[in-house]
Design a protein around this ligand. Structure first.
Ligand code: ADP
Ligand code: RBF
Ligand code: MG
Length: 146
């Protein structure tokens, strides 16, 4: 059921998120605008996904969270993308395109921020591996991104 909509393409200008300092935790997430979140099919399962992102004509691996962040009990659904690359500057207002190619796990609640971070680091390791598989490499050259 999580793969029914994959690969899923989405794009929009990077907006300010909840400003909780995910950046200071070492895991900044580029938030997609509200209209992009609203355009997701209603049956598109919330959870943690991976895929490819295009920004300023370069392609990067990415992991993303879609949903309400149970740990923070958000009232608004969000789509947050962590690009697997170190950028020297902020990326606000830049056009971000993503192609979501795989599902990792459901969103979870945690008893501490440290547990959340440990889980996200594990998601990043899974995404790196999966995206090296030939089937996933093909999506890197998808016309939506290039
Ligand atoms: P916000 O709450 O505004 O989303 P975050 O603390 O999540 O703030 O930081 C996200 C911002 O950090 C992004 O919008 C982008 O400008 C910047 N950024 C820098 N490096 C990355 C990266 N590797 N992946 C995603 N965003 C990044
Ligand atoms: N938030 C949650 O509440 N539960 C999760 O399981 C969760 N998993 C995430 C996985 C990834 C790969 C990313 C990028 C974010 C995730 N988040 C999750 C969102 C996280 O709470 C948000 O980015 C914070 O603001 C980080 O401090
Ligand atoms: Mg963010």
């Amino acid at each position: 059921m999580f793969s029914k909509f994959l690969p899923y393409c989405a794009s929009g200008k990077i907006v300010k998120g909840f400003g909780r300092g995910s950046k200071s935790l070492g895991i900044p997430t580029a938030n997609l605008p509200e209209d992009v979140v609203d355009a997701l099919p209603s049956e598109f399962g919330t959870g943690i996904y991976y895929g490819w992102a295009s920004l300023d004509k370069s392609i990067y691996k990415m992991v993303m969270s879609i949903g309400w962040n149970p740990f923070y009990k958000n009232e608004k659904k969000s789509m947050e993308v962590h690009l697997l690359h170190d950028f020297p500057n902020d990326l606000y207002d830049k056009e971000l395109k993503v192609i979501i190619t795989g599902y990792i796990r459901p969103e979870k609640d945690f008893s501490s921020v440290d547990e959340l971070i440990r889980e996200i680091k594990n998601d990043i390791a899974i995404a790196k591996d999966k995206l090296d598989e030939p089937k996933m490499c093909e999506f890197k050259a998808h016309s939506f991104l290039t």
